[in-house]
Design a protein around this ligand. Sequence first.
Ligand code: PLP
Length: 369
Amino acid sequence: MPDDSWAVETRLVHDGRPAPTPGAPLNQPVELASTYYAGGETEYARDGTRGMWALEEAVGPLEGGGAVAFASGMAAANAILDLLPAGATVVAARFTYTGVAARLRELDAVGRIRLRTVDIADTDAIVKAVPGADVVWVESPTNPVLEIADIRAIAAAAHSVGALVVCDNTFATPLGQQPLELGADVVLHSATKAIGGHSDCLLGIVVTVDPGRLDALRLRRTLLGATPGALECYLVLRGLRTLALRHQRSQASALEIANKLVGHPAVDRVRYPGLADDPGHDLASAQMTGPGSLISIEVRGGADAAQAAAERTRLWVHATSLGGVESLLERRRRWALENPLVPESLLRLSVGIEDPADLWADLDRALRG
Ligand SMILES: Cc1ncc(COP(=O)(O)O)c(C=O)c1O
């Protein structure tokens, strides 16, 4: 049985398996059933399934809390927001992930919440914005401009006024950053990304310590119908087994590629917290175990040049999303909902596990045109 003293890399491989009784399968089987014979541990799949609990058992300890799995990252975000009292004040970063930002604006527009947006890298501005807040919604690094929030300082300011701190840890992954340890109350993951790691399913995860909040989130999941499917839970748990290897490899390649992009004739700016002159570098070095596997670049020549470069790659996949084994890139402003503050020429690069020399050769060629 898993042992609390094991390193995280070991636990990733062994947590969430069935009890080791003779003849039992090593992996939690995919059970395709919406309903169950009455009287057992589960009766109806929307309330929970053995495959979902196995995944939660493996993810919770990674972030230092209990995990609640959802049908997608957005389903998880909406469940958290659904717990807020009517008229709650939410302080959120101006560069919060597009989908969450759009949802926050919708809820604000109908009076369900009051939204205050801040520069998440400007801790003083956040301290000024928190009085009267119910929730501070933090993302770090932010999608897609890779700003770094001082999670510890923000949590202290939020807690001084009784506000809850939610941290979207999708970009960092549980191996890159531990928001609960830094003072956040609730951690959100789009496990669709690095945790699942293979771009083959959608899934969301919330981690928190408070048992009452865990129960409330589970009830939200049931009532909102946001339960993840059996196959999705299986795939994400299988992906989790290799998270440490994938994370190390992608991050090392990202650092190598980011350094090569600096000074590239087709690139005006490289945003990557692993670069010494990046505005988030010092903070990222202090609160993260590494700078992660996402890089954003501004391509010289504007939107058309950036779009053309994205369409010229042969190895890098021109597609949205991130955190998979395959390297992906896209121009974020091609999306109508993307924040207009994101530069038109910005390409977001998600570095996968391919050979970094192959990745560089393809990217360099695509950028040169
Ligand atoms: C930072 C971040 N949070 C949340 C989400 C939403 O997750 P999902 O697509 O699984 O609903 C995304 C998706 O891109 C994301 O990048």
